[in-house]
Design a protein around this ligand. Sequence first.
Ligand code: FAD
Length: 389
Amino acid sequence: MDLTFTAEEDAFRAGVKTFLDAELPASMRQTYTGFQRHDFDQAMEWHRILARKGWIAPGWPKSHGGCEWTPVQQYIFEEEAMRAGAPRLRPFGLKMLAPVLMTFGSKEQQERFLPPILSGEEFWCQGFSEPGAGSDLASLRTRAVRDGDHFVVNGQKTWNTFGHKADWMFALVRTDPDADGPQKGISMLLIPMDSEGLTVRPIETIDGHHHINEVFLENVRVPAELLVGEENRGWTYAKFLLGNERVGIANVGQSKAELALLREIAMTPRADGSRAIDDDMIAVRLADIIADFAGFEITNLRMLTSLKPGKDVGAISSYLKLRGTDIQNRISALAMDISGPLGLSWSRDADAPQDTWGSHGWANTRPITIFGGASEILKNIVAKQVLEL
Ligand SMILES: Cc1cc2nc3c(=O)[nH]c(=O)nc-3n(C[C@H](O)[C@H](O)[C@H](O)COP(=O)(O)OP(=O)(O)OC[C@H]3O[C@@H](n4cnc5c(N)ncnc54)[C@H](O)[C@@H]3O)c2cc1C
C-alpha cells in the first residue's frame, strides 16, 4: 500500500493552507490556541465562510452544490482546518440529513432543503432518542397518525442537541404500531421547530451550559410531503444516517491537531524549568496514544477510501467511532493531567469561556462514547457484523 500523498494531493493541501491563512478569522484561531471551545456562533460563521468559498460540503456531489472531493482530499482539508484552529461544523444538516435526502428523499425535498443546509440559513436537529428509547431505538413510541394530507404527531424526544437553535428536526416516529417487528413500523418525518404543539425544554448539563433539550410534540400537524422516502421504512434511513454520524464522531482531524498540541505542551518547560514529558508516566501515556493514533489514522483513511458514495457505510462506522472516541477520551484525560492544578478550574457560569484542556474539556468528551451509539452497542455490532462472532 502506498502511504505517500500524490503531487496533486500535495498541491491541494497547499491550496487549503493558503485559504485558511487568508480566511480563518484570527478570533477563531485564538479560541483554539487558547484551549477554549468554539461556540455555536463561531461554528455558524465558519460555515458561512466555507459556503461562500464553495467548500462547505466536501463529500457532496457537485450536482447538489458539493465539492465531490476524494476521501483523501476531504481528509487533508479536515486535517489542515483542525490544525489551523477552525471550528468543527455542526453535522446535523450537512453530514447526517443531507446524504439521506440525496439517496432517499424526493426531488422536491432535495430542492427545498439542500440549498439552505449549504448556505447555513437553516439549521437542523436530530429527534431520534426518547425516554426509554436510546440504545434500543426501535422501541420509540412517538406516534404519527395519518389524517388526510397530514401526519398528527404526539410524543416526546430527548437529548436533542441544539433543538433550541434549530429551524427543523428530522425525527423518527411510529406510523404502524402493529407492524411485524418494532423496526418495521417506523418512519422519518421532517418537522418544523416552530410547529404549533411543539415545545422545546432545556436540559442543563453539568457544565452549566445549554446544549441539549427535551422536545414535546402535542398534536403537531406535519404535511405528508415531509415524509422521507416511504412510510414505515424509516429504520433503513435511520441506519444509513447513523453510519454517517458515527464516521463524523470519530473526529480524526481534531484528534491529530490536539495530539500535536499536547505533545508540544508536554515538551515545553514550565515556570520551574521542568517538563511534563520528563514524568515517565506521562511520556508512556503520550507515546501510547500517539502510536494508537498512527494506526487508527491509516485504518480510517483505508476504510474511508473503500466506501462508495451514497452507499451505507455499515459496521465500519461502528469500528471508527469506537476507536476514535477512545482516543479522544485518552487525549482529554492526559491533557487535564498535564495541565495540573490549572486543569481543575471550573466555572458553571454559562457565559464563561469553556476550556477544552482541563476538566471542562474532559467532561465534554465523556458523552462522545454515548451519543450516536454507545460503545457497548458498537462493540456488539463489530462482534456480530465484522468479526462474525
Ligand atoms: C450529550 C448528548 C447529546 C445527544 N444528542 C442527541 C440528539 O441530538 N438527538 C438524539 O436523538 N439523541 C441524542 N443523544 C442520545 C444518545 O443517542 C443516547 O443517549 C444513546 O443512544 C444511549 O441511549 P440512552 O441514553 O437511553 O442509554 P441506554 O440505552 O439506557 O444505555 C445505558 C447504558 O447501558 C448500555 N447498554 C444498553 N443496551 C445494552 C446492550 N444491549 N448490551 C450492552 N450494553 C447495553 C449502554 O451502552 C449504556 O452504557 C445524545 C446524548 C448525549 C449524552
